[in-house]
Design a protein around this ligand. Structure first.
Ligand code: MRU
Length: 380
């Protein structure tokens, strides 16, 4: 069952609450814009592509609400508003959603796609009715366009995951042949870039899950990923479910695993890739890349081409989210584990320098360093 989806009535979004995993598998229904924004902020839905899929459905649900005879809140409009009015409300709601988390570019990308699709539908309606230039497409037709676009984003994500899984599997098998490596393929991963962060196979975990289905043996080392423990809570949960051999380690054990020759490559996801290949991903990713370089282990970023932001020249242009210090001080501990009032610095993401990255594996193929050339050629 999809862990992010539109409700049967189409006016709310249903998600598996990831903040409760692995202890509780609970689906929750979100109806208001405020609930949707909170779900993103609290990481009840998380992972760059999943946030994009969610934002698409959120706008589809809010569009459907605009079809109701009466406005349900001051920002949600009512049937009877003009097409421009409908789109303005949708744009405003989209801006609020975009503001929920700044780093993953997929969120604003998905919002813009849905708003544009609705705008195109408005123009289509006008073209169909050239004699009445101001004719409205109407709220229902625009809401249907929003829902179609959201479904399309989701379907494309499934295809993207399958393609990335295929390219990544081929690549790691090639690397293992070059290394004359035999036996299970060791992979180190950081955070969670599996099915929960996307749809189906995931990105960083895609080659592993696909390979496992095909009888290729993998052994994954999952960094626990302080402070929110996505590796411990989500990656191990997903891999266990998929029947993949997984070992949980603390983040500071990665060097030991590498030095012992237990991993043939590092696979991570991404929240945003700049035009020069600098990549923002979960805090701690760049440390894993530096270690991998030191030990001569290939380090791959796996993500959809929608995570590449050619508007950001380098990683310095990527906004990095800072989160509540209590995530470090006390969350997941029985009692606070630091003196009261101690200053904390809690950036949620870091930027891995392009030169540390062996390849960026997307649904369009594998990009190699220097990325300013390979990514520019792709974007043209
Ligand atoms: O804060 P999170 O859990 O949303 O961070 C997620 C990551 O950093 C993932 O690696 C990234 O979004 C890629 S998911 C395919």
């Amino acid at each position: 069952m999809d862990h992010v989806r539109l409700s049967k009535t189409g006016d709310s979004v249903v998600i598996l609450d990831q903040s409760l995993l692995p202890l509780e598998e609970k689906y929750i229904e979100l109806t208001t814009l405020e609930e949707m924004v909170e779900a993103i902020k609290r990481l009840q839905v998380r992972g760059a592509p999943a946030i994009g899929i969610f934002a698409g459905y959120a706008l589809a649900a809010l569009s459907k609400q605009q079809c109701r005879p009466k406005a349900i809140s001051s920002c949600c409009g009512a049937s009877g508003t003009s097409d421009e009015g409908f789109i303005q409300i949708l744009k405003d709601q989209g801006s609020i959603l975009k503001g929920a988390r700044p780093t993953a570019v997929n969120l604003s990308w998905a919002v813009d796609r849905v708003v544009n699709a609705v705008r195109v539908e408005m123009f289509r309606a006008r073209q169909e009715d050239p004699l009445r230039l101001n004719a409205n497409a109407g709220a229902r037709r625009l809401a249907e366009a929003a829902a179609r676009e959201a479904e399309k984003i989701h379907e494309e994500d499934r295809e993207m995951c399958r393609a990335i899984a295929g390219y990544g599997l081929e690549e790691i098998q090639r690397v293992c042949r070059e290394q004359s490596h035999e036996g299970p393929i060791g992979i180190l991963t950081h955070c969670n870039a599996g099915p929960l962060a996307t749809s189906e196979y995931g990105t960083a975990l895609g080659p592993v899950i696909l390979g496992n289905e095909q009888g290729v043996e993998f052994r994954v080392f999952a960094d626990e990923t302080r402070p929110l423990l996505q590796g411990a809570r989500l990656t191990t949960y997903e891999l266990q479910k998929a029947g993949v051999d997984v070992t949980l380690i603390c983040d500071n054990m990665a060097a030991t695993v590498m030095k012992k020759g237990l991993v043939q490559a590092v696979f991570v996801g991404c929240d945003r890739v700049a035009a020069n290949g600098d990549t923002a991903n979960k805090i701690g990713t760049s440390a894993a890349a530096i270690l991998a370089k030191h030990y001569g282990i290939p380090f791959y970023v796996l993500g959809p081409s929608s995570s590449i932001d050619m508007e950001c020249a380098t990683g310095d242009d990527i906004p990095i989210e800072e989160r509540d210090p209590d995530e470090i001080r006390s969350k997941y501990y029985e009692k606070p584990m630091a003196p009261e009032g101690v200053r904390c610095f809690n950036p949620s993401f870091d930027v891995t320098d392009a030169e540390m990255i062996t390849g960026i594996i997307t649904e369009k193929g594998i990009f190699r360093y220097p990325y300013s050339e390979s990514l520019t050629a792709f974007s043209k």
